[in-house]
Design a protein around this ligand. Structure first.
Ligand code: SF4
Ligand code: SF4
Length: 210
């Protein structure tokens, strides 16, 4: 057990990390200085790691599809969702969200989803980016997602030509079982000579003769 844990630990030293250094490879002394350097083209931001399927990021809300049933408000553990009585719609304060996805499960119209957006750092928690009021119809979202997926797919490899079929082998006669010595002898015995008298009766052996 201890040996197994040790080997597992050792393996981790040689594995690539599942995260990357974000936003830049070397930790900056000042984030403002780094962002300025990025703006000036002197530093490059590392791209985030690939988002795994089922990732729970920023909320998406299809306002038109919402029927104002308030089921999402009932399950939300952090009071992220506010009900707007006049419109019979809702809005989401992302600074409070725990990304539990309970609202997406309970919604009868399936008009709440979790996106793959996770960069939400903001100095104003009530800023425009931090409140979700309408993400547009999900039909549009699905279109965009499909396009993204298609773009991510690697292009198919060129079709391989089938190798030429080998020429058929000449058929050889199947070898039967080896002939017995008796059969070999029979084959050697010559038939009656041409012109020899046919049906010559062989005289029966007389009784008593040797
Ligand atoms: S994901 Fe969870 S915390 Fe966030 S709005 Fe939905 S129910 Fe509330
Ligand atoms: S559960 Fe869905 S339909 Fe009901 S209010 Fe919330 S978002 Fe709208």
């Amino acid at each position: 057990m201890v040996t197994q844990a040790f080997f597992e630990l050792l393996k981790q030293f040689f594995k690539d990390p599942v995260t990357n250094r974000f936003p830049v490879t070397h930790a900056p002394s000042s984030i403002h200085g780094t962002l300025k350097a990025v703006e000036a083209g002197k530093a490059k931001i590392n791209p985030p790691v690939e988002i795994p399927p089922g990732f729970r990021g920023k909320i998406l809300y299809d306002r038109d599809a919402c029927i104002g049933c308030q089921m999402c408000l009932k399950v939300c553990p952090s009071e992220t969702i506010e009900y707007i009585k006049e419109d019979r719609k809702v809005k989401f304060y992302m600074s409070r969200c725990t990304f539990c996805a309970l609202c997406t499960e309970i919604c009868p119209k399936k008009c709440i989803r979790m996106s793959d957006t996770f960069i939400m750092a903001n100095t104003d928690k009530y800023g425009e980016d931090m409140i979700v009021t309408d993400s547009g119809p999900f039909v549009e979202q699905e279109k965009k997602e499909k396009e993204k997926e298609e773009a991510r797919k690697p292009s198919p490899p060129p079709e391989k030509k089938a190798p030429p079929k080998p020429a058929p082998k000449p058929q050889t006669k199947k070898k039967g079982p080896e002939p017995t010595p008796k059969e070999v002898q029979k084959e050697k015995v010559p038939g009656p000579a041409v012109g020899a008298p046919q049906n010559k009766e062989v005289p029966a052996k007389r009784a008593g003769t040797v």
